[in-house]
Ligand binder design. Structure first.
Ligand SMILES: [Zn+2]
Length: 175
């Protein structure tokens, strides 16, 4: 297993549409294991393949308190969503330390996806997991949570992010 490099805004892969997975082979299983390891190492609740510079329709989540509920979604589709919505702040490993909102999303969704063996499953999800699934699925379509913000808030986040990334680069150069 390996920890993968998480890319940050404005990397172009974050704006590209990921391609469906057609081969459920050992390489895919290794990739999924690496994604989970990377998500845990980065302390994220979700990670999409675009974020590790791979354009495949794959994402992983763990929204549990105990960090013991790894979930894998391949070729996911939202097949139902509630009319009720829910507003919350969101963050993203590709915009490190930036949290902003409110991001309004359906409160409850049903997702249909495949696991690493290619078997289909359906899952009804709300609260943090429901939100996380919608956020990660957006990544596979090149959409970021800041796209839901007002232009002004978006500019503010991007400006702050630039500063944070520059600071990080400086620290890495000194280390
Ligand atoms: Zn994200």
């Amino acid at each position: 297993m390996a920890i993968l490099n998480v890319i940050t805004v404005p990397h172009p892969t974050l704006r590209a549409k990921a391609e469906p997975v057609t081969e459920f082979d050992d390489a895919l299983k290794t990739f999924v294991a690496d994604m989970l390891e990377t998500m845990y190492a980065e302390k994220g609740v979700g990670l999409a393949a675009n974020q590790v510079n791979v354009l495949k329709r794959v994402f992983v989540t763990d929204c549990s308190e105990e960090r013991d509920d790894p979930r894998v979604f391949i070729n996911p589709e939202i097949i139902a969503e509630s009319e009720e919505t829910d507003a919350a702040e969101e963050g993203c490993l590709s915009l490190p330390t930036m949290y902003s909102g409110p991001i309004i999303r359906p409160e409850k969704i049903t997702v249909r996806a495949q696991d690493a063996n290619g078997d289909f499953f359906e899952l009804e999800a709300d609260q943090l997991l429901g939100r996380c699934i919608q956020h990660e699925l957006d990544h596979l379509n090149g959409v970021l949570f800041i796209d839901y913000l007002s232009r002004m808030k978006q500019q503010r986040v991007l400006k702050k992010l630039e500063k944070v990334l520059k600071e990080r680069e400086r620290e890495e150069a000194e280390a």
